[in-house]
Design a protein around this ligand. Sequence first.
Ligand code: AHR
Length: 336
Amino acid sequence: MKSLPISRRAATASLLVAAIGLCLAGCGGGGSSSESSTEEAPSKPSDSIVVGFSQVGAESSWRTAETASIKAEAERLGVELKFSDAQGKQENQIKALRGFIAQGVDAIILAPVVETGWEPVLKEAKRASIPVVLVDRGIDVEDDSLYFSLIASDFVKEGEMAGEWLAEKTGGKAKIIELQGTTGAAPAIDRQKGFMNIISKHEGMEIIASQSGDFRRSGGKEVMEALLKQHGDKVTAVYAHNDDMALGAIQAIEEAGKKPGEDVIIVSIDGVKGAFEAMVAGKLNCTVECSPLLGPLAFRAIQAATTGLNFDKLSINEDRIFDRSQAEAELPNRQY
Ligand code: AHR
């Protein structure tokens, strides 16, 4: 395992400060963002900052937007980014992190697929003095010094916002199918918790079936098809942990001869463009925003971590909620 000498780390840190400072003053960036496998050991320019980014995968349009935000910010700052797509597997993320550590990157950005199981590899990063910035999903560790900072949304609150909207829309009466995100992922756990916090206060609201669609449109469609066969006569609402699964469910509902957005009320989370288009078409009723545009803040955290500055342990995005009545006006403003 190779770690950067202190003097080199200090030198690269000040270069990052300079890059961020210059760009704050209005420059257009112009550095390079490279996409490379963590299996190889590509040569590292002696005078550039190198950041490893381990991404969950490309399961949703939200995820693609998050990847684009981080790559764009790296490029703007002239930071070399080593990108690794874990294809939804924690073991691939652990392997990627070990690869980054072996290559002596200056910092790591991790979007963790699940909450648990991170201690050993994060201890290795800590021993190598490589700061780890978590983006979008939190982790479950006893020692929170194993990561530098978490930049995310409040997933419990998002679930509560979805639940409150549905309770109001249905007058507190609904037979709900819940499409869960990836099992063990922070947004799946917390969005379920937040939603239950609200619907448990309404006697007339009941989850009649709940299954994971893995945050994928195909998963949402397949699960919805199967659950409609069992509960098609009862279901009045769908709560999807993300928009992509809701969009898949809409297809399944139409194929079953029902009208999504009318026969079945649908609320989901993310606020992607496709959800706004579906609301304009009258097929989706509501989406709770969850911003994937985390690149700028992630690199500010890295700047702080590599220069010894203070930075909030937790930075939370303010999320908004949109229903059909706002969709047409808001659609042109959507950035993802
Ligand atoms: O962690 C954020 C969630 O992961 C998004 O809601 C979802 O679309 C993504 O795959």
